[in-house]
Design a protein around this ligand. Structure first.
Ligand SMILES: Nc1nc2c(ncn2[C@@H]2O[C@H](COP(=O)(O)OP(=O)(O)OP(=O)(O)O)[C@@H](O)[C@H]2O)c(=O)[nH]1
Ligand SMILES: [Mg+2]
Length: 210
């Protein structure tokens, strides 16, 4: 079984990517065994929900196309809150595969600072440049290419290799369907890289744990 973690600064779209993956599994060749989004907290303004924020890591336990089971975790990105920070530390330690998520319409340096505060990161990771829809009309692909260089350099200084970059849109959007699909397929590609298989009994106990 593989534990996969989405790590990234606040609001970059980690939870949205997780939800998108659940939707994708419903129409494709993978099965969601259990999902838990109870870590999400909603902020209200006069009874009207305005934003949501992840407090405890959200998770999806799923079976891939070859019926190997995996758990995908998305902790919150607000490292200033102790309880959220605890989730980041825990997931960064238990995840065998990490996807570093960036939002193309937020400050890049601040997002890199988030990773500087995460001590334990696997030697090889994947990077997802999300919210492409918000920058597309402003030479978005060029921006993504420039970010790839900066992000790759940042991680290589920490002796971490970026195995692959994915440009994604986690917001369901007809116009960006191909980028939505890329986001979901990224997860399945990553699981293929893992040769750590699950025994049936492990699957049942992990399922019971979430
Ligand atoms: N336009 C657009 N909006 C997005 C995209 N991904 C996420 N969002 C929006 O960005 C906001 C934050 O998304 P979340 O998925 O909650 O971000 P997060 O990284 O999980 O946030 P924390 O867990 O609190 O750090 C929400 O309003 C989403 O609807 C995207 O690709 N495009
Ligand atoms: Mg979240």
């Amino acid at each position: 079984m593989t534990n996969i973690g989405f790590l990234g600064a606040v609001n970059v779209g980690k939870t949205s990517l997780l939800r998108l993956f659940v939707d994708y599994c419903q129409t494709n060749n993978c099965t969601v065994i259990k999902s838990d989004f109870s870590g999400e907290s909603t902020a209200y303004d006069q009874d009207i929900p305005i934003t949501t924020k992840t407090i405890h890591p959200n998770r999806v336990y799923f079976s891939d196309t070859e019926t190997h089971n995996h758990t995908l975790f998305a902790p919150g990105g607000d490292k200033e809150r102790a309880v959220v920070r605890m989730g980041i530390i825990t997931i960064s330690r238990i995840a065998k595969q990490v996807v570093a998520v960036f939002s193309l319409n937020q400050n890049l340096q601040e997002q890199l600072e988030f990773f500087s505060s995460v001590r334990h990161i696997p030697r090889e990771i994947y990077v997802c440049l999300n919210k492409f829809d918000l920058v597309d009309k402003n030479d978005g692909l060029k921006l993504a290419q420039n970010w790839e260089i900066v992000v790759k350099n940042y991680f290589s200084k920490r002796k971490i290799k970026v195995k692959d970059f994915y440009v994604t849109c986690a917001e369901n959007n007809e116009e960006y369907k191909v980028y939505n699909k890329a986001a979901a397929e990224m997860i399945l590609n990553i699981t293929k890289d893992s040769d750590d298989l699950v025994m049936e009994s492990d699957a049942i106990s992990a399922s019971a744990a979430i």
